[in-house]
Write a protein that binds this ligand. Structure first.
Ligand SMILES: Nc1ncnc2c1ncn2[C@@H]1O[C@H](COP(=O)(O)OP(=O)(O)OP(=O)(O)O)[C@@H](O)[C@H]1O
Ligand SMILES: [Mg+2]
Length: 271
């Protein structure tokens, strides 16, 4: 099923919504170590791939294995505990809480889904609580937000809120980190910073699987890239191969921004 260099394997995965064939026969293997990219027009099915991996949706057919284990039937919190964390295309943080609290909540996947015992002071013993806070601070430092640890998340810029979400995902101590459009809405300074930060995270041994529309970011970070178009993988390879692939250029890369938007609308209309 999976050789030792493969962390996650999708085998002939399809997902339909009624008559809508959003993913068709997608097979992918995400290697252990490094940063893997998934690109493609809006509506191609990229986020759906993450929703299937994280158990938010079941597959219509096909299987997903993580470290050789079939994920079928596992609930999202079980998948998180099992070593897969994600960020969302739309930011999901607790805006009224401090950065430190946001990350600490991420530390226990169980707390994430309802219980706030830790924050109320009833969950962990003091020493454990200190350890958790130290770790949370360390994770915040990885995205250069530790100096704002006690600020309210709501006060952060949009870019910093995305970074906070990343730190919180890391708090679950994942082996695989799924990032859904990490630089969306960021300015160019924030993008450059995040590029270095994600590189450093990968260098610490985390495997990263990233969806992104920013080509400079994807091409700069990813060793391997897969391209999804109308729910099918149309190419896979290193940045140079992808950049020069005629099918990818036709479907996605060769278009100017407004043309790309049209392609997007086509895919949405077809879907
Ligand atoms: N839960 C759902 N129910 C019905 N249709 C859905 C559902 N989730 C996704 N879709 C449809 O599946 C298609 C693919 O959506 P998805 O969000 O995976 O695309 P995407 O590649 O992530 O696009 P974007 O780049 O805009 O984020 C869209 O047409 C979308 O409307
Ligand atoms: Mg998406």
């Amino acid at each position: 099923m999976s050789d030792t260099n493969t962390l996650l394997t999708l085998t002939n995965v399809s997902r339909h919504f009624g008559g809508l064939k959003v993913l068709q026969d997608v097979s992918l293997d995400i290697p252990k170590g490094g940063i893997f990219g998934l690109i493609g027009p809006n509506g191609a099915g990229k986020t759906t791939v993450f929703n299937l991996i994280t158990g938010l949706l079941p597959t219509t057919s096909g299987t997903i294995h993580f470290e050789g284990q079939d994920l079928a039937g596992r609930k999202p919190f079980q998948i998180t505990r099992g070593g897969i964390a994600r960020t969302f295309q739309n930011i999901r943080i607790f805006k009224e809480m401090s950065l430190l609290e946001n990350v600490t909540v991420g530390m226990d996947a169980r707390l994430r889904y309802g219980a706030f015992g830790l924050l109320a002071g009833s969950g962990l013993f003091r020493s454990e609580e200190k350890r958790a806070r130290d770790r949370a601070r360390e994770l915040l430092s990885w995205v250069r937000l530790d100096h704002k640890a006690h600020e309210t998340a709501d006060n952060l810029s949009y870019g910093d809120q995305r970074k906070l979400e990343l730190a919180r995902a890391l708090a679950t101590e994942p082996r695989l980190l799924l990032l859904d459009e990490p630089v969306a809405g960021m300015n160019s300074t924030e993008k450059s910073e995040l590029m270095v930060e994600i590189e450093n995270i990968a260098a610490r041994g985390y495997s990263v699987f990233m969806i992104e529309h920013d080509m400079r970011f994807v091409m700069g970070l990813c060793r391997q890239i897969a391209v999804l178009n109308f729910g099918r993988i149309i190419a896979r390879g290193g940045p140079d191969e992808i950049r020069n692939d005629p099918q990818v250029i036709e479907a996605y890369l060769g278009r100017e921004d407004d043309e790309r938007d049209e392609a997007t609308n086509d895919q949405k209309a077809a879907a």
